[in-house]
Write a protein that binds this ligand. Structure first.
Ligand code: MF3
Ligand code: CO
Ligand code: CO
Length: 277
């Protein structure tokens, strides 16, 4: 098993830059996300911004892990019952849709990876609730990050909160170490048991990116070789940050001027109401 790299101060400086740039793409695209636009157009706008404005490389484009075909676009855009790896194209956004835009850039050889949900027009109460719970799941996971804690603590807290809310956690995809490569050790599961798996140490950098389904957790793979949907066609959502383990806790690296603020209970240092953690 490959080991978890501990990043140097110089690595961390570069990661702050690549991660901030990834988050800034999500700021940039927000005003374009509305009914009538296609996901292909959103991808094109992000791609142009990355290459022409930021001087970053879109990491997904032609990304080809073993067993996959090269990914065809600069971004992943996953709508409604698409869990992840949605391929942008001719799909036109309509009122009530929910979509995840997942941005990974490369700057100076370092990767930054983050995704947010966007809700179109007037979303239903169910849509807003799944979005809020998924966002809180990500932050509950982040709040567990500190030296001496275990990866299993993160997964357990996310799973408890999602399932207590009546939702389910996707098992087939997970967060990941990131640095000079897109996906490295460790795997960051969004379910599990406290006190299990790797112990966290300062200088580790990984993503936390829970995928939460309104219905059952099972997935379905589409014929395009990438798109993943819920098997029961229920709504699925995801939020993602890249996080550094510091000497005392964590630093979220994928920060930008317009990023949604952490939940109030993070700011106040408490746990969310009813969070078993
Ligand atoms: N950005 C995704 C992640 O969070 C990975 C996308 S791989 C791609 O890990 F090829 F689909 F882009
Ligand atoms: Co991502
Ligand atoms: Co990721």
């Amino acid at each position: 098993m490959a080991s978890i790299l501990i990043k140097t101060a110089a690595d961390i400086e570069k990661m702050r830059i690549s991660c901030r740039l990834a988050a800034e793409v999500l700021d940039y695209i927000a005003p374009f996300v509305k009914a009538g636009v296609t996901t292909g157009e959103l991808d094109r706008l992000c791609h142009e911004y990355m290459v022409n404005v930021q001087g970053t490389i879109p990491a997904p484009l032609n990304y080809c892990p073993p067993g996959y075909k090269p990914y065809p676009n600069a971004t992943c855009i996953s709508i409604n019952d698409v869990i992840c790896h949605g391929i942008p194209g001719g799909k036109i956004l309509k009122n009530g849709d929910s979509l995840n835009i997942d941005i990974t850039v490369i700057k100076d050889g370092y990767y930054g990876d983050t995704s947010r949900m966007y809700l179109v027009g007037e979303p239903s109460i169910q849509t807003r609730r799944l979005n809020q719970i998924t966002y809180e799941c990500m932050w509950i996971g982040i709040s567990k990050v500190k030296p001496g804690a275990y990866l299993g603590d993160i997964g357990h807290a996310i799973q408890q909160y999602a399932e207590k809310s009546g939702f389910s956690v996707v098992r087939e995809f997970c967060g990941h170490g990131i640095g000079k490569s897109f996906h490295e050790e460790p795997q960051v599961l969004h379910y599990g048991k406290p006190g299990t798996l790797a112990k966290l140490a300062p200088g580790m950098i990984f993503t936390i990116e829970p995928m939460i389904n309104a219905g059952r957790r099972e997935i379905r793979e589409m014929g395009d070789g990438w798109t993943i949907r819920t098997k029961d066609r229920s709504l699925s959502m995801q939020w993602e940050h890249t996080v550094l383990v510091t000497e005392t806790g964590y630093e979220v690296l994928t920060v930008s001027p317009d990023m949604p603020p952490p939940p109030e209970w993070i700011i106040s240092g408490e746990t969310p109401q009813g969070n078993p953690a």
